[in-house]
Design a protein around this ligand. Structure first.
Ligand SMILES: Cc1ncc(C[n+]2csc(CCOP(=O)(O)OP(=O)(O)O)c2C)c(N)n1
Length: 347
């Protein structure tokens, strides 16, 4: 926010209309506008049921709000999340293991250290917002929420079932803690920009974090929203790109007649820079590096920040790592046992 400008100055009457200033710009508020402002996509706390949860299942994890944790504890939580992910996919016969395993460390760093949240009160109005824009990686989100204490870990076994709160893509009407339903690539990011604007218009200090895929960055909607975020100098918004360099299929060299990868890390960084964002890259599996980057972007003023996290699709399971077919493949019983054994050993 530019120094000296009000977020939303006091409205004054003018010919039956109210005039206010939003980030220095005069805005005429029509009679219906206040209602609209209140329904800017900031979750309505009253719609969210309180979860009296069984609570965090990794020793040493504090129950609520920002929970500074040491990297070793977070690595243990990420291992647990990865194991839940492969179990869920195997049990339900569907899902997206590759992209869930690649973003597990990012989600754990956010939920166990960075975000100010209350798992037992997911609709707490002052919570930081999180959006998993690459909603197909829902298993990673559900597992992270469960290990953090938002829902019983037993419930993960219902993933993908008809009446489950844990659908293949996150459904905000079913699961408290999901800020916005996602799955259509690009849309969650736009909603996150709206949340950041909404939080600022309310004068709150909440921050909004959003994880999107590198493939997702091919959506034009992402760049429309990116420009809006820079235009409004949303320094309460942090995007993290899970840069695993794969999408649904492979690229040149990894399959016969393969295609060219659309992005290099530098090329994507240049685009975010051109859009007006603070840009930095990090090893997306180095817990300490992720925490350091998240801390650093809190100090970026006057513009939104993006962290390009270099990751490996299928991370943690040798036969899934870097293999495009594991974007949405289901492990056999033997493969599940092997994956769990490997994740047990991964330190
Ligand atoms: C608008 C839209 N187009 C296509 C899809 C189908 N789709 C689901 S995942 C995916 C690949 C996404 O790649 P990326 O964002 O890199 O995800 P990751 O590799 O991290 O899983 C596609 C094309 C979709 N969900 N939404």
């Amino acid at each position: 926010m530019p120094t000296g400008e009000s977020r939303a100055g006091g409205a004054s009457g003018h010919g039956g209309r109210a005039i206010t200033r939003v980030w220095g710009h005069p805005v005429v508020i029509l009679p219906t506008a206040p209602t609209r402002l209140q329904t800017v996509p900031v979750m309505d706390a009253s719609r969210m049921t309180t979860v009296h949860s069984k609570h965090a299942v990794v020793a040493g994890l504090p129950a609520e709000e920002r929970a500074p944790s040491d990297p070793a504890t977070l690595r243990a939580a990420a291992r647990r999340v990865r194991k839940e992910v492969v179990r869920m996919v195997a049990a339900s016969g569907g899902g997206h293991p590759g992209g869930s395993l690649s973003c597990a460390d990012l989600l754990v760093a956010l939920y166990f250290s960075e975000l100010r949240v209350r798992p037992e009160e997911p609709g707490w109005p002052e919570r930081d917002r999180f959006v998993l824009s690459k909603g197909h990686a829902s298993e990673a989100l559900y597992a992270t929420l469960a290990v953090r204490g938002y829902l019983p870990t037993d419930e993960l076994a219902t993933y993908g079932q008809l009446d489950s709160r844990l659908q293949g893509h996150p459904d905000m009407t079913r699961l408290p803690g999901v800020e916005i339903s996602t799955g259509a690539l690009g849309a969650g990011f736009s909603a996150a920009v709206g949340m950041a604007i909404g939080c600022r218009m309310r004068g709150g200090s909440e921050r909004t974090y959003v994880v999107l895929g590198d493939g997702e960055c091919q959506e034009g909607e992402v760049w429309e929203a990116a420009w809006v975020a820079a235009r409004y100098r949303l320094d309460n918004l942090v995007a993290i790109v899970d840069f695993n360099s794969l999408q649904q299929v492979g690229w040149a060299g990894s399959e016969p007649g393969g295609r060219e990868a659309p992005w290099s890390l530098d090329g994507l960084a240049a685009l975010w820079t051109a859009a007006g964002w603070d840009v930095r890259a990090v090893d997306g599996h180095d817990m300490q590096a992720i925490l350091t980057a998240l801390e650093a972007v809190r100090a970026v003023g006057e513009r939104p920040a993006v962290i390009l996290a270099r990751t490996v699709k299928g991370r943690g399971v040798s036969f899934m790592e870097g293999r495009p077919e594991w974007h949405s493949k289901v492990p056999t019983r033997e493969q599940l046992a092997l994956a769990l054994a490997e994740l047990d050993e991964d330190h």
